[in-house]
Every structure is written in C-alpha cells, then in structure tokens.
Write a protein that binds this ligand. Structure first.
Ligand code: CO
Length: 135
C-alpha cells in the first residue's frame, strides 16, 4: 500500500440524455448541481454534482466524434470512470504505468475543471476506466 491515490474525486457516469440525467441526480437523488461544461472539441457535455468529499460527473455525448457516444453504443448508460485525486500526476502516471497499467494519455492534459488529468485504459485496470486528477 502507498499514497499515490489520495481519495476518490468523482465517479463519471455516461448518460444518453443530459436533461433526464440531471432530473435523476438533482430532483430524485437530491444532489446539488455544480460545474457545467460543454466541451465540443472532446464531444462531451459535463455536469457535476457536489457531495461532501466527492462528486458525480454526468457525461453526455455531443457531436460526431464522441468517446461517450462510442461508450454508450458499446456498453449503454452507466458507470464510465472513477477519478482518483493525486498529488503529482506526472509521478503517479509514471509509477502506475511502471506497474503495468496502460496510459491513454501519456502526457497529462487539462480536464473539465481546469486541473491536470490523465486516463488509464480499462483493459489494463480490471475493466474500469481510471482518471487521475492532480489536486
Ligand atoms: Co471525470
């Protein structure tokens, strides 16, 4: 055991319909809506919901070349990724890939919230897409 992963930052959930997803998480589950972003260059619309100590990130497809659209077509709506917070994303990426996880992003990039993020391939991680986010 070591201290690379600090805490779960958010769970990412793929939805077909952002309005229906919002209604479920805001009105039925009673969560507080947080950051909303349209990232057309990535083909995704993002809506965060804030809880004490963690968040939920809804992801809906936008436009043609959307990894979320591909995910929905392959697997349907549901859990898309788990995001862990790390202190140093470059060090975390190097250590975890050194232990056999496969990086989707070999270099960290800007995430929806403006922090550096990197994704690790689900096929190397027990079927779950892993996002690392630097504090
Ligand atoms: Co995420």
């Amino acid at each position: 055991m070591d201290d690379i992963l600090q805490c779960i930052h958010h769970g990412g959930i793929a939805v077909d319909d952002m309005e229906a997803g919002r209604a479920l998480y805001r009105d039925t589950l009673g969560l507080k809506p947080g950051l909303h972003r349209l990232m057309m260059e990535r083909g995704v619309e993002v809506q965060f919901f804030d809880l004490p100590g963690a968040r939920i990130e809804l992801l809906a497809p936008r436009g043609e070349s959307s990894s979320i659209a591909k995910f929905l077509a392959d697997r349907g709506p549901g859990l898309h990724h788990i995001c862990y917070e790390v202190n140093d994303i470059h060090a975390a990426l190097a250590t975890l890939t050194g232990r056999g996880l496969r990086a989707i992003d070999t270099e960290p990039r800007d995430g929806a919230e403006g922090n550096l993020v990197a994704f690790l391939h689900p096929r190397s991680a027990g079927g779950v897409l892993i996002e690392l986010q630097q504090k």
